[in-house]
Design a protein around this ligand. Structure first.
Ligand code: MOS
Length: 725
């Protein structure tokens, strides 16, 4: 069995030797280069574009803007995940909706020519004053949720908390920039794109250009990090295709790091007021959530901010109002642990405040509020082992020796504190297909259209396929990232293993059974007449379970029968609604921090995450996810902050020098523990998803540790030195 065993990445060598081809790396005959010119006002109208100097440059093939761009159909794309609203239609009108919106594209035979010409374009604007005021700008209609009578219960609660938290806008900043190569052949479009969803990009390009889906092929065999940033077909992808159509040549378009900040989405900033009522023992009675989050003026982006407040704890009275606030920004998108991370920062910090107020240990407080079922749906949890996560975590972290009072531990200039937080994330899955083929040499090729943005999908799918086929890992090749392959859902929301993995297992099970059926019906096979249910496959050899000598290999069977290959489809379909169970993964995160008493510097000293994530396909990859989640959470808690200039909406730190992310020297010992188990209610593989879960709960564990170290409660992210002085 390779599932469950630490298995190095099958594509690792390709990546470290530079042989893996990312979107912009594909050699395409005759490719030319595009550079986007973006708006330098935050709101208003284009009154003129002077392209003469740019057009006159040697090598320049076209300058395209709203003045001369072909009008595009921009059909509805019903199967997309687009937020409601009207998506940004590139070069279709003169409106400026946010600072950095594309206003023109230069296409030239070389990249330097295109860059130089782009710098020569003069755009005149009639600028209006943009608004970025999350607190006071008019909001959209709220999404509301209520159970019980929260206001009344709150008014009569023995202990009340009324706290407002703020989180900042964050950008994904994956290593690979957004990049697209687009090539037309008549009315057929081929696109090499950085995407977490080849099928989604295919459908969107088909809709924008008014083509049948089959006329668009999207390839994305490698993705250099995503974190959610490539879940959508962004405007630059359309620009690349549009430019290629205009010049009649393949076009390569790579956004700069600065352009990434406005060319893709971001984790929206929140202002989140939470009022909590409990009894004197910390049993929660009521919670009122008043939530505001930024969105764009052209689309209304919502994310899973409400679930944590509904299902994490036993709470008879809950009321939530979630208002998005249209501002002069581009549209946000999901970013690691979307919604849940932000909600957990608020709720898990507030629980820590409550624990401190009433003198109950924070771990014990979570135990006291553990629900017996999901109180938002009335359904039992398929598996919910948060209590075990808390207890294993407390034991392994050494929580028992923690002095309850804040600011009670010191190490020289450093104040030392520990904190913890719980987390949960939706165990989602969606319909997926796969295809498995056994070749005459006894090796297999398994295919599905999914992506691998870094979690190790190539490897984990290969492991699942290898076990189902009875082959060694190195006899199986997994192919992904091509819209011609069997369709899969978006590579996001931690649903890939559950959805695609289950389809892969199904296809490989079908293929194995097909081979066994051929053998037992073949009079020349040693397996002839055997009961197929007693035939097992090990290392490519089929044999009768209790008579290992009676058997033959896949390739002996195929060559005797004169077949080049066998093939089988696989699929996974979630059970039709209604769900019988509430499906979530759970986590407990523990952190120790040191805060310099005089400088306010925060250093994380160690972290431990304990996860109830169902079956772990590959502990080596899971560790990469969990450690990456902790790194990302430390980053959210202490460093990341997209700063907008309120005068015009320019992002002041749109580069990796000023937008802070952690480096190795910031990283302490990070340890992940997985509760052994599986959850077959979620999917046949028993996995609950891990990539998002591991980010939820990290920031509040750190914020709570900072409180324990200093006695200062910081209700804002990121927590920076100035706030602690
Ligand atoms: Mo994940 S935020 O769905 O890439």
């Amino acid at each position: 069995m390779t599932v469950g065993a630490p298995t190095p990445r099958v594509e690792g060598r390709l990546k470290v030797t530079g042989a893996a081809r990312f979107a912009a790396d594909h050699p395409v005959e005759g490719v030319v280069h595009a550079v986007v010119v973006d708006a330098t006002v935050g709101r208003g109208r284009i009154t003129g574009i002077d392209v003469d100097a740019a057009t006159a440059q040697p090598g320049v093939l076209a300058v395209i803007s709203h003045v001369n761009a072909p009008r595009l159909p921009y059909r509805d794309n019903a199967g997309s995940h687009h937020p409601p609203g009207q998506r940004l239609r590139v070069f279709q009108d003169d409106r400026i909706r946010f600072f950095g919106q594309p206003v023109a594209v230069v296409v030239a035979s070389t990249l330097p020519s295109a860059q130089h010409a782009a710098g020569l374009i003069e755009v005149a604007y009639e600028a209006e004053r943009p608004s970025f005021d999350l607190d006071s700008a008019p909001a959209n209609e709220p999404v509301a949720y209520a159970r019980g009578s929260a206001e009344e219960a709150l008014a009569s609660a023995a202990v009340r908390l009324d706290v407002t938290y703020r989180t900042s806008r964050n950008h994904h900043n994956p290593m690979e920039p957004p990049a697209t190569i687009a090539a037309w052949d008549g009315d057929r479009l081929t696109v090499w794109d950085k995407t977490q969803w080849v099928g989604g990009t295919q459908a969107e390009l088909a809709a924008v250009f008014g083509l049948p889906d089959e006329a668009v092929r999207v390839l994305s065999p490698f993705v250099g990090g995503g974190f959610g940033s490539a879940l959508r077909c962004w405007p630059h992808v359309v620009i690349a295709a549009l430019a290629a159509r205009v010049v009649g040549r393949p076009v390569k378009l790579v956004l700069t790091r600065r352009q990434m900040y406005v060319g893709t989405g971001f984790r929206p900033a929140y202002r989140y007021r939470l009022r909590l009522g409990s009894d004197r023992d910390g049993r929660l009675g009521a919670a009122v959530h008043d939530i505001r989050a930024e969105t764009s003026r052209y689309e209304n982006f919502h994310e899973g901010i409400l679930a944590v407040g509904q299902m994490m704890y036993s709470l008879p009275h809950v009321s939530q109002e979630y208002r998005t606030v249209p501002l002069d920004v581009n549209t946000p998108v999901w970013m690691r642990g979307p919604g849940y991370s932000t909600a957990a920062f608020v709720i898990e910090s507030a629980l820590d405040e409550l624990a401190d107020r009433i003198g109950v240990d924070p771990v014990e407080l979570r135990h006291r509020n553990e629900p017996t079922h999901d109180e938002s749906t009335g359904l039992p949890f398929s598996t919910r082992r948060l209590r075990e996560c808390l207890d294993v975590g407390a034991r392994e972290f050494g929580w028992r020796n923690r002095p309850p009072a804040p600011r009670s531990q010191r190490d020289g200039d450093w104040l030392i504190g520990t904190g913890m937080a719980a987390g949960g994330y939706d165990a989602s899955r969606d319909a997926a297909q796969a295809r498995a083929r056994l070749d005459a040499d006894g090796s297999a090729v398994v295919e599905a259209a999914t992506s691998d943005m870094g979690p190790g999908t190539y490897t984990s799918m290969t492991q699942v396929a290898a076990d189902a086929l009875g082959l060694a890992v190195d006899r199986v090749r997994f192919r992904l990232g091509d819209s011609l392959l069997p369709p899969t859902p978006s590579h996001g929301g931690s649903q890939t293993m559950a959805s695609v993995g289950s389809a892969v297992q199904d296809g490989c099970d079908n293929l194995r059974r097909q081979a066994i059926a051929l053998a037992v019906h073949d009079v020349d096979s040693p397996l002839h007449g055997a009961d197929p249910d007693t035939v097992i496959v090990r290392a490519g050899r089929m044999s009768v379970r209790d008579h290992p000598a009676r058997g033959e290999t896949y390739s002996q069977l195929l060559s005797r029968q004169g077949r080049t290959h066998l093939e089988a489809p696989g699929s996974f379909t979630p059970p039709p609604p209604p769900e019988r169970f509430s499906l979530y993964g759970f986590a407990a995160t523990f952190a120790e921090v040191a805060v310099d008493a005089r400088l306010g510097l925060v250093r994380v000293r160690r972290m431990l995450g304990v996860y109830d994530a169902g079956r772990i396909i590959n502990p080596m990859l899971a560790d990469s996810q969990a450690i990456g989640g902790m790194v990302g959470g430390i980053s959210t808690a202490l460093l990341e902050h997209t700063v907008t200039d309120p005068r015009d909406g320019r992002i002041a730190n749109a580069n990796l020098a000023d937008y802070l992310v952690p480096v190795n020297a910031d990283m302490p010992e990070l340890r992940a523990v997985y509760l052994p188990g599986e959850d077959r209610e979620v999917d046949p593989l028993g996995v609950k998803g891990i990539g998002e879960l591991v980010h939820v709960g990290v920031a509040p564990a750190i914020a709570n540790a900072v409180f324990h170290a200093t006695g200062r409660r910081i209700r804002e992210l990121p927590i920076t030195a100035d706030m602690l002085l």
